[in-house]
Design a protein around this ligand. Sequence first.
Ligand code: SAH
Ligand code: SF4
Length: 421
Amino acid sequence: MAVSDAARAAGFIEKKAELNVAAGAAPGGASLIGLTRDQLKDSLSAIGVPERELKMRVAQLWHWIYFRGAKNFAEMTNMGKELRAKLAAAYTLARPQVVSEQVSKDGTRKWLIRMPSTGPLDKGAEIECVYIPEVDRGTLCVSSQVGCTLTCSFCHTGTQRLVRNLTSAEIVAQLIVARDSIGDWPDATPPEGAFVPNDGGRFVSNIVFMGMGEPLYNIGDVIAAIDVMSDGEGLTLSRRRITVSTSGVVPQMERLGAQANTMLAISLHAVRDELRDELVPINRKYDIKQLLDACRAYPGLSNARRITFEYVMLKGVNDSDADARELVRLLKGIPAKINLIPFNPWPGSKYECSDWERIERFSEIVYRAGYASPVRTPRGRDILAACGQLKSETEKLRARARMMAEQGIGAEGVYALGDGE
Ligand code: SAH
Ligand code: SF4
């Protein structure tokens, strides 16, 4: 029996294949989902809305799309019938297609999302997006690119060729899809039995850019998407609860801090240049010293807004006591949190995850030096929703799931970052 059948039989996975949530969509027209205020303004202008009305109309659309989660223009009752008809004739509120949704027994959800085709030769880029609910927060892990141009040796996404950057609208659309699916709109309710936070806040309270891609290689669209996500009259996510993770694109870090004002996570993974050159090859361009200098200069850095340093635990590679002590020494003077990530193996990967005792010992050294050093708790093991494992082609995913189950390997990783204290 294939793993998915076995798991389903055991009641672990609810798989909804070929799910399409493009409710209310008229075929053909461009979707307004994910657009910025300026883009909405242009869209209204293009259908003849007079200049003097534009500001008000954008505000109305904004409220319906991003505050209420409207799926039809017909719902927008404070806009005239004529305008609604014009909008419906020219545009849609279609979401990207949800090809499949998998729900882990721990409540973690993973969606395979297909973006609309951009031309006759494009069948539509596929990306993955993961939702990790906890009692007091819900974290959405979003992708910024399809694939990645970088080739970190322990990362599965790095083996996939880059198809393209995602647009800001496609990045925002991941949040819209998640909210649709878990009923996170004012008049919606979560699906029967769904695990969502119960602290009275939003079901998606945190965003991490830790899916596919290097966000700082798509920084313009990432910043535009963050502006839409954090807008106080729409999706209202706090910038303190948005974390952008980078492998170390030093020249763009200042801009991210100054313009997006989000939390920063750095994929450090090694404390010596020789090893980091191999694990995170962008280190050959921007070495550890340059990277840490850029961290010290990150706008808004303070004890209340620390940088998270991610460190993947690779058996016999970067996990010695000496590595832990060097890590502490390197980060001296930088307000930091250290996140130890158990390595998530994938077929063909040449590393193993450090033994649990080794991770504990490493964590102990870091903790004694005064750093909180949470080890990411395994989440979504049964649906392969782990960092570094996201690779969108459905077939490959199935093959990997089968292989990993045969080898007794589980996926792990939780993305509980941002305003965590
Ligand atoms: N490109 C960005 C963000 C996406 S990767 C970056 O590299 O920071 C998100 C995190 O998952 C990074 O810290 C990355 O190093 C880590 N990661 C990648 N592959 C992994 C794996 N196989 N096991 C554990 N963590 C992994
Ligand atoms: Fe790209 Fe990040 Fe994976 Fe490196 S770890 S290959 S930067 S997605």
